[in-house]
Structure formats: C-alpha cells, structure tokens
Design a protein around this ligand. Sequence first.
Ligand code: COI
Length: 359
Amino acid sequence: MKYDIKITKTATPKAKPVDESKLGFGRVFTDHMFMMNWSDKKGWYDGRIVPFGDIPIHPASTVLHYGAEIFEGMKAYRTVKDEIVMFRPTENIKRLNNSAERLCLPALDEEGCLDILKTLVELEKDWVPHADGTALYLRPYLIGNDPHLGVHAVHEALFVVICSPVGAYYAEGINPVKIAIESQDVRAVRGGTGYAKCGGNYAASLRAGQRAENAGYTQVLWLDGVDRKYIEEVGSMNVMFKIDGKIVTPALTGSVLPGITRKSCVELLKDWGYQVEERLFSVDELFDAAKNGKLEEAWGTGTAAVISPIGKLFYQGNEYVVSNNEIGALTQKLYDNLTGIQWGKLPDDKGWIEFVCKG
Ligand code: COI
C-alpha cells in the first residue's frame, strides 16, 4: 500500500559539495526531506516532501521529555553504471517496525515506506556523491509527538526522512580504529531496548564514548549489562573477530542491534566457507586468543561504518594490537565485496540491490 506524497520543491536549491573527499559524516543535508504524521484516529496522513528545514515541535512533545524516538540508517549509492541503488532497504524497514513495536510507536507499511524512500532518493539523485567511498545516507526517524506530559504510549507521531551525502564515518577512513572496552557504564540489558534502534540507547552511550575519546580511542565496545563479561557491540557498529581461522560474532541476545551489514557479512563469510559462530563471546576469551596469537583480525560492520578494521583494543589498563594495527586480508575482502556489490562493481547474486533510478 503506497502513501500519498505531495511534493513541494525548494525555490532555493543549495550548491552541492564540490570536494567529495571532505564530506565526512552527517554534516551536509540535501534540499528536501520527507514528513508524514500519524494519529491513532486518522492513521498515517499528510505524506509530503518539503524543502529541508526546521521542524516545529510542541514544547511538551513526548519525544522531548520521554525519548520516544527510533531511527534507521541506510544508504543510496551511485554505481559504476551511473545508476542510483539502495542496499537491502526492506531489511531497514522491517527493523524500523520492530523498533516501533518496542517503543509503542506506529508501524509503517513496508511497500509504502520503500516507495517513500525511493521517491525521496530519486528527487535528490543529484546529491548522491560520485567519489569512491561516498554515498547518500538516509536517516528515517519516527518520534512520539503527543502535546502533553503524561507518560503513556503516544496518540500522535511524526515520521521524517532526511538525506546527507557522506564519506567515511570515522576520521580513520578504512584505516584501523582504536576501541576501548567499557567496564563501567552499560549500554543495554536484555528486556530493555538494546535491539531497537532508538535514540535512548545512543544517549546512554555518550558518557563512555566521551571518556574513550578523551583517552585517545575512537569508540567503546560494550559488554553485556548483566554479567559484564560478554562482548556485545560498539554502538555505531557490530563486531566480528577472526580467531584461529573461524569467525566469532556476538549472538543477537536482545541487547545487540541486529545489523544489516552484520547479517550480510555472515552470509558472505559462510558462502566463502568460513565457520561463523554467533554466540556468547567473553572478553576473557577474546584476550586469551590475543595472548595466544590466535586473534587474527577484528572489524566492525555497520551502514555508516561499512567494514571498519579494529587495530587496537584497550581493556582495564592493557592495550592489545590486532593484526599489526593494519587492515587484515579478510577484513579487506569483506570491504571489497560488500562495497563492490553496492557500487555495482560486482554482480548482485543475492538480490540485495534495489534499483531506484538512472543517475
Ligand atoms: C548507521 O550505521 O547507520 C548508524 O545508525 C550508526 C550510527 C551513525 C548511529
């Protein structure tokens, strides 16, 4: 079921970034955005693409007081054949609806949401950057928007999609990042919202992230909130380790985000004949492997992070260097294959690519 979308084009289009090597992440926004309201009386209504700009919001809005917010991160790519495509967008829509269910926000029709995303991307196609390693990042988000202060599931909501031409998420680019394993704060607990992509998870991560940055690390790696010993995720990415030829990645226990890049890597790795263990994986086991010379590679996976090699791991006063602080061969192969499919350099044997329009 498609939603009606009224399009109002901007009268003052902005200049596109000239030097795409300096895009960074999430600082530049395109000319238009999508908005659609929901109420429990009317359902979804007033779907519209409007010039990019501020959103008027009631000072008592639920999102401002109780954090009723979920979001997604996805990308549109300009392929080598100058087509604009997206990567597994329906997976993001399904996850958005799972997150919505957890926060008592309204679900979107899958076909209708895909149509919204494609319509917006097609309108903004000239904003999809050309340089290697770049893409148009889409940030769909859904907020509870009741104009009063009672704590309850919302009666009104707003769905918004903004677009940002991006380069690498980390300043390191494809060079290894330095990760500090967090032993004080926790990000999520089972039964909580860890598997949902909600703003609150990220708010809870800021203090540890700031401590790690001040100590010279790129981000933190979270341990589980109950035993404080099982590796979970980085927050901006899931993690994988190559240990003695096998791949180990934390199981989706409920407090880990079910990453779409994670899922795609697991599929590729299995296709290539690797044994992939999705299981509880303790920090002790990780460092035993490191000490015994069996930790061969470590990397993160995410839409924004793509495939990001981990070169250093810090935990309780000790720093371990992984893979000589260089990108490992398998990490590079994953990066090349995944981005190869996304940029149309490699065949899309798995049907992961959604055609949007000619470039
Ligand atoms: C993504 O990879 O799209 C994310 O949402 C991670 C981060 C930028 C919050």
